[in-house]
Design a protein around this ligand. Structure first.
Ligand code: BTN
Length: 249
């Protein structure tokens, strides 16, 4: 199986690189294909949110993954991708990235990268489309006012210009290596790596929906499936599988 990034399609503009791949059977069939766009006019985030694109200032790309691990482990792909981005940023730029469940990459308390993993079922084999957006050059002030407090860029954090192509290839290599680890039965290793970067414990607070309404608590750990374990303020624990989650700090 060819590695992730063996084929890279570079576009000046796309509506959304995830949507583009999802809509093309010929792309979905090519494991490891990467589509990168300088600008996205309709970039998508998790939970149906909009992804704000600044032309030429972000690394915005999606890749096709034909997972060689069981479907029950597909949720781990999301965490795995966060680890790959964190490893690449750490190795290349010497920063200390952290991960907010499931996969926001945080530097100095602010988001520097978002990840959107989508699955395509039906057909002979399952396919995942993994989209990554990394704020590389410019400053948080370049973003719409409502986002400025929550976002940062790699340039802002390092004071240096970021080699976006080197970062792209570093991320792809790390995703490839971690996927190989999953295929060899190394899910626990991948989750252990995720925990190493994870923002968990007393310093963090979040609000999750429960059957009894919204509840606040502390993100404690992840289950072997990669779901978030939250200790609510009444001391009980809940497993948060997916869906809306609000970080309070
Ligand atoms: C999030 O933070 O909610 C996820 C953001 C994911 C953005 C990337 S940019 C490349 C790819 N194409 C998209 O439309 N979204 C992802």
């Amino acid at each position: 199986m060819a590695g992730i990034g063996h084929e890279i399609i570079r576009l000046e503009e796309a509506v959304s690189t995830n949507s583009l791949i999802m809509g093309r059977r010929d792309y979905l069939d090519r494991h490891g294909l990467v589509v990168i766009a300088r600008h996205q006019t309709g970039g998508r985030g998790r939970m149906g949110r909009h992804w704000s694109s600044l032309p030429g200032r972000q690394l915005q790309f999606s890749m096709v993954v034909h997972p060689r691990f069981p479907a029950v482990d597909f949720p781990v792909m999301s965490l795995l991708t966060g680890v790959a981005v964190a490893q690449a940023i750490q190795a290349l730029l010497g920063l200390a990235p952290q991960l907010k469940w499931p996969n926001d990459v945080i530097v100095a308390g602010r988001k520097v990268c978002g990840i959107l993993v989508e699955g395509v079922s039906g057909g002979r084999k399952p396919r995942l489309v993994v989209g990554i957006g990394i704020n590389c050059t410019g400053r948080s002030d370049d973003f719409p006012p409502e986002l400025r407090d929550r976002l940062t860029t790699l340039e802002q954090e390092t004071g240096c210009t970021v080699d976006m192509d080197a970062l792209l290839h570093a991320v792809l290599d790390h995703v490839d290596a971690l996927c190989a680890r999953m295929a060899e039965g190394g899910k626990a290793d991948v989750l252990a790596l995720w925990r190493r970067y994870a923002l968990l414990g007393e310093g963090e607070r979040l609000r999750i929906p429960t059957q009894e309404g919204e509840r606040e608590g502390v993100p404690e750990s992840v289950t072997p499936e990669g779901y978030l374990i939250v200790r609510l303020d009444d001391g009980t624990r809940r497993v948060h599988v997916s869906g809306e989650l609000e970080w309070l700090r």
